[in-house]
Design a protein around this ligand. Structure first.
Ligand code: IVH
Length: 667
């Protein structure tokens, strides 16, 4: 074929494919069968193969995902990506309306839109061509996810006018795609995504665009960032322009002239949201006229012309079919509720931690009860209360066994802890959990050795303690399920590599009580070798600013144990490094910490440490602890029976962690 003929056909194919793609993915009204689309796409691929210079970035063939990136570049937003203030009830909405009225008088209208539960993205077009996609990041700087956005079929690679501007919207994963993805993950033994929002964010943060391409993501656009050349005067006109240009906008929007209409719209969606094919977490209300938006202006954080109404945390009822006991690495036995599977806040919940026996008793939760479930902070499943009036008499009161469910030794309560513990150092559950901890990322970081492989190795008696990991041979590993020669070799290489880790990784991996990853780093930097550290007295340890009495006692006790000394000698003989390789001294401020600069509120009863200890940890890592929850609070750590502070945090949409999550971070 001659080049000129090919060129003409390529243009025709672009137009046809773009049109069919638009009809299918934006309008949801396909006009041709899929087979016809596929045939034309195949023809275009072939033509581009024969004439590579005809392959342009806006070609419909460019959606399948190109090369794997090394990292995401940073993108400085030309117009900041702001977030919105929140409303949680009718009063908040009326309050917002009052302020609007005060500022701009009587004559205004609102546009109400669904608040899509995904992640904000900004799409840049130059002369009508899609050139860049970015995440929100901190609002000023985001990440360049162009390659991944290109794979989202409803995003036009070329729009109907040659405009240069940025459009903003919410990328999301439809409920059906989310379910299908989690089913595959489940079948592959991988951890499923907790909700469609995480799944969408996780997909767009993949360095391999082919993965994003396979995830069926979608985007609703809701604003034009720089309206300069577009001539529109209101938000609703802006949305109509987006439609005309070929973007996908959400069709459920509604112009409302009064706040009562807004409230009706909001209430209507509380019921109808379950029927939508995607998740929403509220309603966004915006003053329509741009002129009036300008008059209202912004506060430090968000526009005064818009507000986000957040739906209350969804509560559902299900049956508690059993209480399972898990023995952790430190021997703590935690009861977990086994539930009849139930959908809460977009995901199926089958289990929820019950923390300890006291909580079960105080909430009078019985096996066989109907219980109310919600997700604190929309993440952590929680049993709110039992429904005593639904009892049939067949329910049974839970009794914490006196013996460890794994090894049968007597369980004990230590000091004032609510948790009961198995103190048998040979308890298989503790050993297995300890091994899983040893290979984990912050410890020895052995790639390819996850929970599943460790459990298999342990069951087969190929490993009984961490030293055995360094004795594993090719022939041991090749026998395991789903292990090919290549993965066995990779695993052996990863084990070998871990031998040269700096001391702190080993120290953390040993699982000495109270010694988290950060303390391990401080200890390693201070004592430099295992031999020096193991001889350190409690007094010497306490002299280190960041090491408290409890930790010092625990370290000294650990190193006095014969088993610990033997293990260290064995590891040494097997070639595991026992020296610190990092910088001279580690200042706490130098350690990356979640808490630095954050305001944290502690509420409820903590079981593993006292309030004062928790406060001390947060402050050591640069955070501030305050007594009451307000909009300025960044995080609430909620222990047992957290009451009004937790409720307020949830109302304000503040991040909530349970104690487990908090301890995880401290590690
Ligand atoms: S407007 C300056 N409209 O909700 C106003 N946001 O804090 C920009 N969101 O992270 C936001 N659906 O990503 C707007 N229809 C919608 C939305 C929406 C979801 C997200 C947005 C932002 C958060 C608001």
């Amino acid at each position: 074929m001659e080049r000129s003929v090919a060129e003409k056909r390529v243009t025709e194919l672009h137009n046809l494919l773009n049109q069919y793609n638009y009809e299918y993915h934006v309008l949801d009204k396909p006009s041709v069968p899929d087979s016809e689309y596929d045939q034309l796409l195949k023809e275009l691929v072939q033509l581009e193969g024969a004439f590579p210079d005809l392959r342009t970035p806006d070609s419909p063939t460019q959606r399948v995902g190109g090369e794997v990136l090394e990292a995401f570049e940073k993108v400085q937003h030309r117009t900041p990506m702001l977030s919105l203030g929140n409303a949680f009830n009718e009063d908040d909405l009326k309050d917002f309306d009052r302020k609007v009225k005060q500022a701009i008088g009587e004559n205004y209208q609102y546009v109400c839109e669904l608040k899509i539960d995904g992640l904000a993205v900004s799409l840049r077009y130059e002369d009508g061509l899609f050139v860049q996609g970015a995440t929100r990041g901190d609002g000023t700087t985001g990440e360049d996810i162009t390659a991944n956005i290109r794979t989202v079929k409803s995003v036009p690679l070329k729009i109907k006018e040659p405009l240069t501007f940025e459009v903003r919207g919410e990328a999301y994963m439809p409920k059906r795609s989310f379910q299908a993805l989690n089913e595959v993950k489940d079948a592959n033994g991988e951890e499923p995504f907790a909700n469609p929002r995480n799944a969408a964010a996780g997909s767009l943060r993949q360095l391999d665009p082919k993965i994003a391409a396979s995830r069926n993501l979608d985007v609703f656009l809701y604003s034009i960032a720089d309206l300069g050349t577009t001539g529109v005067e209101s938000h609703s006109e802006g949305l109509n322009l987006l439609d005309k240009l070929g973007f996908k906008t959400n069709p459920e929007r509604q112009v409302c002239s009064t706040i009562d209409d807004v409230v009706n719209y909001v209430n209507g969606w509380v019921e109808k949201r379950a029927d939508l094919p995607y998740e929403i977490d509220g309603i966004v209300i915006k003053v329509d006229s741009f002129h009036q938006q300008e008059e209202l202006g912004f506060t430090a954080k968000s526009p005064r012309w818009a507000i986000a109404y957040k739906f209350p945390a969804e509560e559902v009822v299900t049956k508690l079919i059993g209480i399972e006991l898990n023995v952790g690495r430190t021997g703590a036995v935690t009861p977990t509720a086994e539930l009849e599977p139930v959908k809460v806040a977009g995901t199926t919940v089958k289990r929820a931690s019950l923390h300890n026996e006291d909580l079960i008793r105080e909430k009078d939760i019985r096996i066989g009860d109907y219980v109310v479930i919600k997700k604190a902070g929309d993440i952590i499943p929680e049993v709110v209360r039992s429904l005593a009036d639904k009892r049939t008499g067949d329910e049974t009161v839970f009794e914490m066994p006196k013996e460890c469910p794994e090894c049968g030794s007597e369980l004990v309560s230590i000091d004032d802890e609510v948790a009961v513990r198995c103190i048998n150092p040979k308890c298989p559950a503790q050993i297995r959990e300890g091994l899983i901890h040893f290979v984990s990322r912050d410890a020895m970081n052995i790639d390819g050795l996850g929970e599943k492989v460790i459990t298999q190795l342990f069951k087969e008696k190929l490993i009984e303690d961490v030293a055995d990991l360094y004795r594993l041979q090719f022939d041991d590993l090749i026998k395991l399920e789903r292990m090919g020669e290549k993965s066995v070799q990779n695993l052996l290489d990863a084990i070998e590599k871990s031998k040269s880790n700096s001391l702190e990784k080993l120290l953390f991996g040993l699982g000495i009580r109270h010694v988290g990853a950060k303390a391990a780093k401080i200890l390693a930097a201070e004592f430099r070798t295992m031999d020096v550290l193991k001889e350190a007295s409690v007094e010497q340890l306490c002299n280190i600013h960041e090491i408290g009495q409890k930790m010092a006692d625990s370290i000294a006790t650990y190193f006095q144990l014969d088993e610990a000394q033997e293990l260290i000698e064995e590891l040494k003989t097997l070639g595991v490094n026992m020296e610190y390789k990092g910088p001279q001294k580690v200042a706490v401020e130098d350690i990356d910490s979640y808490f630095s600069g954050k305001t944290v509120v502690l509420t409820g009863r903590l079981t593993q440490l006292t309030r004062d200890e928790a406060k001390e940890h947060i402050e050591r890592f640069g955070g501030k602890v305050t007594g009451s929850v307000s909009k300025k609070t960044d995080l609430v750590v909620a222990g047992e029976e957290a009451g009004s502070k937790l409720t307020k945090a949830e109302q304000l949409g503040i991040e909530v962690w349970n104690e487990e999550r908090f301890l995880e971070e401290l590690k």
